[in-house]
Design a protein around this ligand. Structure first.
Ligand code: NI
Ligand code: MN
Length: 221
């Protein structure tokens, strides 16, 4: 059994037995996240970029749990400076783990770290393939990602303003051809207010299911 849990904004955990990956742990100061970072136990923390709403509580959680931070070289260097266990990768790189593999994908967005680059992740987790897009604009090479990987779940930002909005995310889905879509990075603040139901209607026409997750909600993959 693989469980995906949403903590609001772009923060998720995915768990199978004793292995948990945590994505973009924005707890402290996140109006959409009712959970405390102290309740999280995880083995790895995947951080897409250095903006505060993604790096979030990474250092505190990594220190408390001993979890290994996975990210681009610049992000891993930041974790290293904070004495956190880390694995340094970069765009286009793929690496095997005991749970499967991680591929770091480009994201068109600011890095939030000098010299860095925003990223996303394609994670194969005990046989299920998730694409966590991070913060990104729509880009045509998503078609390549869809060709390279059979994506089971695409976690896509729909908030607009800082990232893709709903209409661009519909185009992203057409390029990625995932088995299912989970919207993220919306309704945290008024500036990224969106209707996930309206987005869902646009995707359902493509015959691809959309799972709208409320903060605190879990689903089995
Ligand atoms: Ni950002
Ligand atoms: Mn963001």
């Amino acid at each position: 059994m693989i469980t995906l849990k949403f903590y609001g904004h772009a923060c998720f955990t995915v768990t199978h037995k004793n292995t948990t990956l945590l994505f973009d742990p924005f707890f402290t100061g996140n109006p959409a996240n009712p959970a405390s970072p102290d309740e999280i136990n995880c083995n790895y923390i995947l951080v897409s970029h250095g903006h505060g709403d993604h790096l979030g509580d990474t250092v505190a959680i990594a220190k408390r749990t001993g979890a290994t931070v996975i990210g681009t070289a610049e992000l891993a260097a930041l974790a290293e400076q904070q004495n956190c266990a880390n694995i340094s990768m970069h765009l286009g790189g793929k690496r095997s783990f005991e749970f499967g593999y991680v591929r770091i994908t480009p994201a068109f967005h600011g890095a939030g770290i000098p010299g860095g680059h925003a990223a996303g992740f394609i994670v194969n987790f005990f046989g299920k393939t998730l694409y966590f897009a991070g913060d990104t604009a729509l880009f045509g090479d998503m078609a390549l990602l869809g060709r390279l990987e059979k994506i089971d779940y695409a976690l896509l930002p729909i908030g607009d303003n800082y990232t893709m909005g709903p209409d661009d995310a519909v185009e992203a889905v057409k390029l990625l051809q995932p088995q299912a879509v989970i919207p993220m990075h919306y309704n945290t603040w008024p500036v990224i207010a969106q209707s996930p139901e309206a987005f869902k209607e646009k995707i359902t026409v493509l015959n691809i299911p959309v799972h709208i997750m409320n903060p605190g909600e879990s689903m089995e993959l």
